[in-house]
Design a protein around this ligand. Structure first.
Ligand code: SF4
Length: 253
């Protein structure tokens, strides 16, 4: 008998499967809620406008034009938090970090550390799967100039909190950029009823252990064009974060 078969129909396996299925059900419910959210009229108007106007390069696409929910492994040990969908990236394709240069950087890095099954993310049906990671964002609707207003960030925080509660077994939270970093701290505090003191500081490749909940917060610059094309974030700086996270955690999963 193979080792995997030994837990067949045991209470332990039932408990593990039950928790897995509960998470899937809870995520489905949450994702439906996100898809129909209209809390931020400015953003809803903007994503609809962009979806109609499009850009020349994607003139033939039928844009998604709705809020986006997270995606990935419901049993994730790693949660990656971005800023928001890009107007012609996630807002076009219907999946976060899909169809834009930030997605190219993120998925290639996840492929290099063997979390993603392929090095590209171009459409919702491109076959991408993540093993051990879940990708989400501070804000679920593409904001004009990639700049959400503080009220919009606050509005959307409720979804991050719920995701953190559902994916409660995660061990590492990797925040990409300052806005995601702040939202991640607020959501961790709300989701787990803690106060994080002293306050972590935003710095590329910083990591903080949150003792109360036995979890890690990692920080990186966001892989936006603005950062990657100006050299603020090089590929070496970027991939080092992922290698570091995986060196410390993959073997322990
Ligand atoms: S940004 Fe978030 S809270 Fe605002 S409309 Fe979109 S999904 Fe809703």
């Amino acid at each position: 008998m193979r080792a995997a078969d030994r837990t067949k129909d045991t209470p332990l396996k039932n408990e593990i499967m039950g928790s897995h299925e509960t998470k899937i059900r809870e995520l489905e419910r949450l994702n439906q809620e996100i898809l129909s959210c209209m809390q931020c009229p400015r953003l809803i108007n903007y994503i609809r406008y962009v979806s109609k106007k499009k850009t020349k390069r994607f003139a033939k696409w039928v844009y998604w034009g709705r809020p986006l929910h997270g995606f990935g492994d419901p049993d994730a040990w790693l949660i990656i938090i971005g800023l928001a969908p890009a107007a012609h990236g996630g807002n076009r394709t219907g999946r976060m970090f899909t169809g834009d240069s930030s997605g190219d950087w993120l998925i290639r890095a996840l492929y290099e550390v063997r979390i993603a099954n392929q090095p590209y993310s171009i459409s919702r049906d491109d076959g991408l799967t993540l093993n051990g990671a879940y990708i989400t964002a501070a804000v679920r609707c593409a904001p004009p100039k990639n700049r959400p207003l503080s009220g919009e960030i606050r509005n959307c925080l409720r979804y991050l909190i719920q995701e953190f509660r559902i994916l409660r077994n995660a061990k590492v939270y990797l925040a990409l950029g300052k806005i995601a970093f702040n939202s991640t701290i607020w959501a961790l505090e709300e989701a787990f009823g803690i106060e994080i003191r002293p306050r972590p500081k935003f710095r590329h490749h910083a990591r903080y252990f949150i003792e109360d909940i036995n979890k890690w917060l990692y920080v990186s610059y966001h892989p936006s064009r603005q950062n990657t094309q100006t050299g603020r974030l090089s590929w070496d700086m970027w991939i080092e974060v992922f290698k570091d996270v995986c060196k410390n955690f993959v073997e322990k999963q």
